[in-house]
Design a protein around this ligand. Structure first.
Ligand SMILES: Cc1ncc(COP(=O)(O)O)c(C=O)c1O
Length: 370
């Protein structure tokens, strides 16, 4: 990769530049697309089945069900588990909105849980406090690629007869075998992503698999026989063929992300005003630091002035989103989430960044915060 440095030397350092991935995979991707086109079969065919099986196997699950997006993966997983109006589902207050929207789409109510300040993931203690008679499931999110406390959550679920559905949309390459159902977005920017919207659901339960196969395809048990109320949410053959090409690289790509995280750790650990992410059980979809003493926005602005991309994942906690105002949460309800929302900053990381670029980002951060 470092031999590419001359080509990329004068480029801005983006959070992620997908054209670099395409440069690397061009020939394989073109031939995968050509294979699908020449076959002339575009919906629910051999390429979808192949990707579903391979992705499930990669993650130590028995069944994979390809769908149209990560939001649909979560929504259909909840529907398959009969979650409905009147039920409550617990999820972390710091996540992408889709985790909560999936719950709302079933008619159930999302109940927000505060996070752990070290891992950024759902806090098991607060999870326990939020369980009510109406609670039916917990959706931990492996935020930024860091494994949520699955063993503790599994015990909480077993004790309270709840389902555990992981939102693994930021955690391709992480081994998460505790969940009843694992849901993934395959959006282009994920650790492996399609060239458009896509998602996949993993489960070991044959009855859940069979229900999901119907749900994603109008509710059909066989063509034109509509057994349950379903929808149209299918992974396309073209996207599946592209994803199968990328799946072969996933382990290497995750290793490169972890290598970059180590490099950041070396170069940034002496700065007093930032807290670095933990390294273990992490596939680094994002490298998110906490910037203390109200310096986050200054750091963000100065990095961007220097041509370095950054982002805030996420600027508004879920319980304070306008769309959830009827749930009557107020500022102060999730103190840890609200505090870290003011401090978090995600800096460039991808398998395609060069060491020199990461070193430059680290050098800038040192200069700005010195
Ligand atoms: C944690 C999380 N959940 C759900 C989603 C939704 O996925 P999609 O954009 O494929 O609907 C995303 C993707 O952005 C995500 O990061």
């Amino acid at each position: 990769m470092n031999q590419c440095f001359d080509k990329y030397r004068n480029q801005k350092i983006q959070l992620l530049d997908l054209s670099r991935e395409y440069d690397l995979l061009k020939n394989e991707i073109h031939s995968a697309i050509e294979n699908v086109l020449s076959k002339g079969w575009y919906i629910l065919g051999d390429y979808v089945t192949e990707f579903e099986n391979d992705f499930a196997k990669y993650n130590n699950y028995q069944y994979g069900i390809g769908v149209a997006s990560g939001l649909d993966a979560l929504t259909l997983a909840l529907v398959a588990l009969d979650i409905k109006a009147g039920d409550e589902v617990l999820l972390p207050a710091n996540s992408f909105i889709a985790t909560a929207l999936a719950v709302s789409k079933t008619g159930a109510s999302p109940v927000f849980v505060d996070i752990d300040e070290k891992t950024f993931n759902i806090c098991p203690i607060d999870t326990n406090k939020k369980i009510s008679k109406k609670t039916k499931a917990i959706i931990p999110v492996h935020l930024y690629g860091k494994l949520a406390p699955m063993k503790e959550l599994k015990m909480i679920c077993q004790k309270n007869n709840l389902k555990l559905i992981s939102d693994a949309s930021q955690a391709h390459g992480l081994i998460d075998i505790e969940a009843d159902i694992a849901c993934y977005s395959l959006h282009p920017i994920k650790n492996i992503g399609a060239y458009g919207d896509a998602g996949i659901i993993l489960s070991n339960d044959i009855s859940i698999k069979e229900k999901l196969l119907k749900l994603r395809n109008y509710g059909f048990s066989q063509k034109y026989h509509c057994e349950i109320l379903g929808c149209n949410s299918r992974l396309d053959e073209l996207q599946a063929a592209i994803l199968s090409v990328k799946l072969k690289y996933l382990s290497n790509w995750v290793s490169r992300r972890q290598e970059i995280a180590k490099l950041y750790h070396q170069k940034l650990s002496s700065i007093k005003s930032i807290i670095l992410p933990q390294q273990e059980n992490h596939v680094f979809y994002a490298y998110t630091i906490r910037v203390l003493h109200h310096k986050r926005d200054l750091l963000k602005a100065k990095l961007e002035e220097s041509g370095i991309g950054t982002t805030i994942l996420y600027p508004i906690p879920l319980h304070l989103q306008k769309c959830y105002s009827e749930l009557s949460y107020k500022p102060g309800d999730m103190p840890v989430t609200e505090q870290i929302t003011l401090e978090i900053l995600s800096i460039p990381i991808s398998p395609f960044h060069l060491d020199q670029e990461i070193e430059l980002v680290a050098q800038k951060i040192n200069e700005i915060l010195d």
